[in-house]
Write a protein that binds this ligand. Structure first.
Ligand SMILES: Cc1cc2nc3c(=O)[nH]c(=O)nc-3n(C[C@H](O)[C@H](O)[C@H](O)COP(=O)(O)OP(=O)(O)OC[C@H]3O[C@@H](n4cnc5c(N)ncnc54)[C@H](O)[C@@H]3O)c2cc1C
Length: 122
């Protein structure tokens, strides 16, 4: 995610902003938690790699697989939160969704990452 802060302050109606809705706040809470969990695992993998730990490869594959899935989920929720405008091309949110989606494919697809994780665990 380029930025974990979501600018959800435009009005849903003339009298309120969508960030005032508890359902939206819960989405933002889950999205922020997912980003932090992915970031923590990524830092853990980077730290293991820096130290040359035996489990560095396993952790790197876990981080790549976990973070890419969270990225797609969070970007998908961001599109939902923005409603119709989140889907159209002149809104950055749809670009974030496309940018997130490819991370499950390149630099080793998630299926291959899972093969590596399973091999390292079993
Ligand atoms: C925008 C973009 C940028 C890219 N940039 C680069 C780059 O800079 N450098 C580079 O080298 N490549 C790059 N690629 C290529 C990318 O790394 C490959 O697309 C990726 O490795 C998947 O290979 P593939 O497309 O041949 O799919 P395939 O290998 O044909 O896989 C198709 C599907 O089958 C699954 N699959 C394949 N083998 C197995 C298996 N053994 N077990 C379980 N499932 C399996 C895959 O997980 C996937 O879901 C880029 C691709 C895109 C779309």
């Amino acid at each position: 995610m380029p930025n974990s802060t979501c600018p959800v302050s435009y009005p849903a109606s003339s009298s309120s902003s969508i960030k005032e809705y508890q359902a939206i706040q819960h989405k933002i809470a889950e999205m922020g938690s997912a980003v932090e969990a992915a970031r923590s695992l990524t830092y853990r993998a980077a730290s293991a790699s820096d130290r040359g730990d035996d489990d560095a490869m396993k952790l790197a594959s876990m981080a790549k697989q976990f973070a890419s899935v969270r990225a797609v989920e969070v970007a998908d929720e961001a599109v939902q939160v923005h409603g119709g405008p989140g889907y159209v091309e002149d809104n950055l949110v749809e670009k974030y969704y496309r940018d997130a989606r490819i991370t499950k494919i390149y630099e080793g697809t998630n299926e291959i990452q899972k093969n590596i994780i399973a091999r390292e665990l079993l």
